[in-house]
Design a protein around this ligand. Structure first.
Ligand code: PLP
Length: 405
């Protein structure tokens, strides 16, 4: 393991001590909804308030500290994404950034132009295009998924045409954890003369990102999914950003390129938190260490699922992040999530999880989403699967059997 000789369980066990939220006995298994946050992130947010108030660009010390902080946050985020600092755009959330960037691109789209989205997407990467299409007379096409929730690349290719301007897709699915071959999709988009628009919100917490290696033109993620503050992050390829006309107040400079797209004053305190979150990741040995440990956790979860569990998505840890969608015939998932919460396990029950296309296509009704993160332990996974097995066997949670006549 990079930079550590200790066993992964030990390294990540020590990391847990940095989270007040993980000190109790409650087991957090809802990472795709939002991870727990180490104390150092909260401390960094508070430190910005204490030491760097005001705004950027003034000659006094607290303002100069903010200038420095913004530069540091851009540089650290650029390292995280594999881009240059001027290609980083901060915003309220990935959805907010997606609406803003799609609107900006819309300034150069024409009626009849086409956008391809996928049935694997969270609606945060679909609705912006549907709304833009309505306003501008564009056409949105939906690339299909296979029954195992993997993206149907052949169908995606069929959706491409001479009017395709954007292919928007998720690098990992928020409901089922399915990973998409982003390099292949970016290549297909580029061959069609379209932009590759990557939603990496669920990929970023679990796998290393290199926007250049994958060929992304735009990529979005959210810091609160990887132990950071509630802050959206976008990458935009520099030439692209320079060619677009941002919606901005006129005095805002176009340099660095990404800054022109940051509407209004940035949440500097959250940039402080983001820096701390990225430093936290580095201190664990970076993403390669996280990938290996989460694989072990995920395999343990899959092996421990009780008999009768319907798993929607891939059956092994290959090509997935550790997010699992599960339900049981005849047992309401909403009730299970309440029972589990009472027993000290945090999982969510929902219908679509905002993945409207996938929900419609696969049709799981309502299901539990079990989302692991690197701070979970094998013991937590075991306790969870045991609790789940006990609950689904409870007579009052079993589906009603027809009375004998
Ligand atoms: C895959 C995916 N895309 C987009 C979003 C929206 O992110 P945000 O809450 O930052 O708008 C989410 C949120 O869960 C998500 O899982």
């Amino acid at each position: 393991m990079t930079g550590h000789s200790a066993e992964p369980g030990e390294v990540f066990g020590r990391a847990r001590a940095r989270f007040s939220g993980l000190n109790g006995s409650f087991v957090f298994l809802d990472a795709p909804g939002g991870t727990q946050v180490p104390d150092e992130v909260g401390d960094a947010v508070a430190r910005v308030y204490r030491e760097s108030s005001g705004n950027t660009g003034a000659p006094y010390a607290t303002s100069r500290r903010l200038d420095e902080l913004v530069d540091q946050a851009r540089a650290a985020t650029a390292r995280f994404l594999g881009c240059s600092p001027d290609e980083v755009i901060f915003g309220a959330s990935s959805t907010a950034l997606n609406f803003m960037l799609s609107r900006t691109l819309g300034r150069q789209l024409r009626p009849g132009d086409e956008i391809v989205v996928t049935r694997l997407d969270h609606d945060g990467n679909v609705a912006p295009w549907l709304d833009l299409a309505q306003d501008l007379g564009l056409r949105v096409r939906h690339a299909d998924v296979h029954a195992d929730t993997t993206l149907d690349l052949a169908d995606l290719e069929r959706q491409l045409g001479p009017r395709t301007k954007v292919v928007a897709f998720p690098w990992a699915a928020n409901a089922t954890g399915t990973i998409v071959d982003a390099r292949a999709v970016c290549d297909l988009a580029h061959r069609a003369g379209a932009l590759a628009w990557v939603d990496a919100v669920q990929y970023a917490p679990h796998q290393p990102i290199d926007v250049r290696a994958v060929g992304a033109d735009v990529l979005l993620c959210s810091a609160y999914k990887f132990c950071g503050p509630h802050l959206g992050i976008a990458f935009g390829r520099r030439e692209l950003l320079e060619s677009w006309q941002p919606y901005k107040a006129r005095p805002v400079p176009r340099e660095p390129a990404g800054h022109g797209f940051e509407t209004g004053t940035l949440p500097y305190e959250l940039l402080g938190g983001l820096l701390a979150a990225l430093e936290y990741h580095d201190s664990l040995g970076g993403m390669p260490a996280i990938v290996a440990w989460e694989r072990q956790l995920g395999e343990r979860l899959l092996a421990g699922l009780p008999p009768g569990a319907n798993l929607y998505g891939l059956p092994s840890m290959a090509d997935r992040v550790p997010t699992f969608l599960v339900n049981f015939d005849g047992i309401p998932s909403a009730q299970l999530s309440i029972d589990l919460a009472e027993l000290g396990f945090g999982v969510w029950s929902h219908g679509s999880y905002y993945a409207l296309g996938l929900h419609e296509r696969i049709g799981w009704g309502e299901a539990l989403r079990i989302g692991l993160a690197h701070y979970n332990t094998l013991d937590e996974v075991d306790r969870f699967t045991e609790a789940l097995a006990t609950l689904v066997k409870r007579p009052d949670r079993r589906p009603a059997t027809p009375a004998l006549s």
